[in-house]
Write a protein that binds this ligand. Structure first.
Ligand code: DGT
Ligand code: CA
Ligand code: CA
Ligand code: ZN
Length: 572
């Protein structure tokens, strides 16, 4: 089963959201938010824990602890239900639009009687919303973008959610008798940013007991189909999981077929046809005689087509077949190439782990360096001060001897202000080993303003990395409006690295942007932006996204040895 922590985190975040609408107290919602994050990042599964154990989670006091305990024992929180009941359904529906907060939702509902997302789109189209205070053309445009995004994300989940579900199903099926190979294929294996459904393949000669084990999995909420060789179910988040049982002799051909993408399959099938072959999920055949030429492994099938193995993250028909034919496939960055994380937080700001815990967790991953980059003062709610960050620097330096194999870097995540200004003057910035600069506010500036703002940060010699450039959330907040061509040109010219934020809710830069930026000679930093020790493991999603952007380890500064990275951090 998935950990209870994520469900609790969601419930507490909703609690915080509802409180921020319904109560005047600005601090209470923050306490719930902080506790939610702490539970989400807590290494231990809270399932079955008693109140005393729950109170060991940092940031969880008696009142929140009671609610968590209630959730664990009954599956719900009475007070949360009561809060939900106080918000009109129409307002809640409107709040599902990314970028539409509670205040605006209440105004639309109360003053114009708009009670659904569909109504809202119509009302904007008819010009009815324009009369409302605070709903200028820019705001309306943002709302419409948000609505479009909901439509295109409908029925899909993030990579992180799909990966958890797939692992959960595979863990249970793996031990069933008769299960040989088992693996996920489809968009999940290609590590796409959103997943429509999870495709799992099992090699076995006895499908029936495997199908039975699958459809009775405790995570299954509905059985859509229960067949001899294929079954489909729904699990949490309405996610569909398809399971196919195939003979082991055709494993490779089936894996290629069901990994896709469809466009990649079409390309290689056409290649086969041109030389008198036939390719399908059962193998590669001589079209005339029907003789089976290859099927057992992906390598064998590709080889008979005259191709080297093509990594799943490249199989999007973006030139990988041509590159493979020319012997010019990129030597893709791998997770083992990553030598450190350059964007991480501690409990000095909104992280949930202490400095010591973060360092220990990074050391356990075998990192050669780690940058601690807590938020800077201009993000007011984090209450950072110059004194606090200097004190942290001293503590970090004092901890260095405990980590002889890992270079500790003291940094900060700076805020790129609306004019491109940063939190501290240059002299102070020069004192950091490394800085990340990110946009955290004023998301709706015009393209010209936003581009000027980001370019100023890129040109600042004390900025080493631009964090989550577009600020988009997958299936949530839309990206800011930026002249990416100008940004990538400047980043390439100055050597300021662009982040590939590994969090599956962000994946920012995303694959297409990485490909585009790479053409300008941009350097990248694949970072987790960890707010908990467990988040350091999200690195794999960042690496996969970098692979989808065709990056090699030479492109990625945190795959460089410390001596090379150190040289690149000197002010330009
Ligand atoms: P998704 O589920 O929308 O995130 O994306 P996929 O790529 O997982 O698509 P899905 O689940 O419909 O199918 C899994 C793979 O099966 C797909 O990547 C390629 C293969 N496939 C499905 N339909 C076709 C087809 O009509 N022709 C070919 N050549 N391959 C197909
Ligand atoms: Ca799929
Ligand atoms: Ca499917
Ligand atoms: Zn951050």
């Amino acid at each position: 089963m998935p950990r209870a922590n994520e469900a609790i985190e969601q419930a507490l975040l909703e609690f915080a959201d509802l409180l921020s609408i319904l109560s005047e107290d600005p601090f209470k919602p923050r306490a719930y938010e902080k506790a939610a994050r702490a539970v989400g990042g807590y290494p231990e599964d809270l399932t079955g824990k008693d109140l005393k154990e729950i109170l060991e989670v940092p940031g969880v006091g008696k009142s929140i602890g009671d609610k968590i305990h209630e959730f664990l024992t009954s599956g719900t929180i009475t007070e949360l239900e009561a809060l939900r009941a106080q918000i009109p359904g129409g307002v809640r529906d409107l709040m599902t639009v990314p970028g539409l907060g509670p205040k605006k939702a209440f105004a639309l509902h109360g003053e114009l009687g708009i009670g659904s997302v569909d109504d809202l789109a119509i009302a904007i189209g008819e010009g009815r919303v324009a009369g409302l205070k605070g709903f200028g053309p820019k705001t309306q445009e943002n709302i419409l973008r948000g609505i479009t995004q909901i439509a295109s994300a409908a029925g899909r989940v993030t990579l992180g959610v799909a990966m958890d579900a797939a692992k959960d199903v595979i863990a249970r099926l793996r031990d069933l008798p008769g299960v040989g190979k088992i693996a996920y294929a489809g968009s999940l294996r290609r590590m796409c940013e959103t997943i429509g459904d999870v495709d799992i393949l099992v090699a076995s000669r006895h499908a029936a007991p495997i199908m039975d084990g699958f459809v009775t999995h405790p995570a299954v909420t509905r059985v859509l189909g229960h067949g001899d060789t294929k079954s489909s179910v729904l699990v949490e988040h309405g996610l569909q999981v398809d399971l196919r049982v195939i003979p082991a002799q055709v494993w490779g051909a089936a894996m290629i077929y069901f990994t896709g993408s469809k466009a990649h399959n079409v390309r290689i099938r056409e290649m086969a046809v041109r030389v008198g072959l036939k390719l399908n999920e059962y193998g590669l055949f001589d079209a005339k005689t029907g003789e089976l030429l290859a099927a057992k492994t992906e390598e064998a099938v590709y080889a008979k087509l005259g191709l080297p193995f093509i990594e799943p993250t490249l199989r999007e028909d973006r030139g990988e077949v041509e590159a493979a034919l020319a012997g010019a496939l990129p030597d893709l960055i791998q997770e083992r190439d990553i030598r450190g994380d350059l964007h991480t937080h501690t409990d000095l700001t909104d992280g949930v782990a202490s400095l010591e815990e973060m360092l220990d967790a990074a050391a356990a991953r075998g990192y050669a360096y780690l940058a601690v980059t807590d938020h800077a003062p201009d993000l007011a709610m984090q209450r950072m001060t110059t004194e606090k960050i200097l004190d942290q620097r001293e503590r970090l330096r004092a901890l260095q001897p405990r980590h002889p194999a890992m270079k500790l870097l003291h940094g900060a995540e700076l805020n790129i202000g609306p004019e491109g200004e940063l939190d501290w003057p240059d002299e102070f910035l020069a004192g950091f080993d490394l800085t990340v600069a990110s946009v955290h506010s004023h998301f709706t500036q015009s393209r010209e303003e936003m581009t000027r703002r980001v370019l100023r940060a890129i040109e600042n010699p004390h900025v080493h990395i631009i964090g989550h450039l577009t600020t988009r959330k997958v299936g949530g907040r839309p990206p800011v409006d930026l002249d990416l061509e100008a940004v990538f040109e400047a980043a390439g010219r100055t050597g300021t690295a662009l982040e590939v934020n590994a969090h599956p809710d962000r994946l920012d830069l995303k694959d297409e942007h990485i490909l585009w930026a790479k053409r300008h000679g941009v350097r990248f930093a694949i970072d987790t932006d960890a707010h908990a020790t467990t988040h350091l493991d999200l690195m794999r999603f960042g690496v996969a996204t970098a692979q989808r952007g065709w990056l090699t380890k030479a492109d990625v500064i945190n795959a460089w040895p410390w001596s090379k990275l150190e040289r690149s951090l000197k002010p330009r």
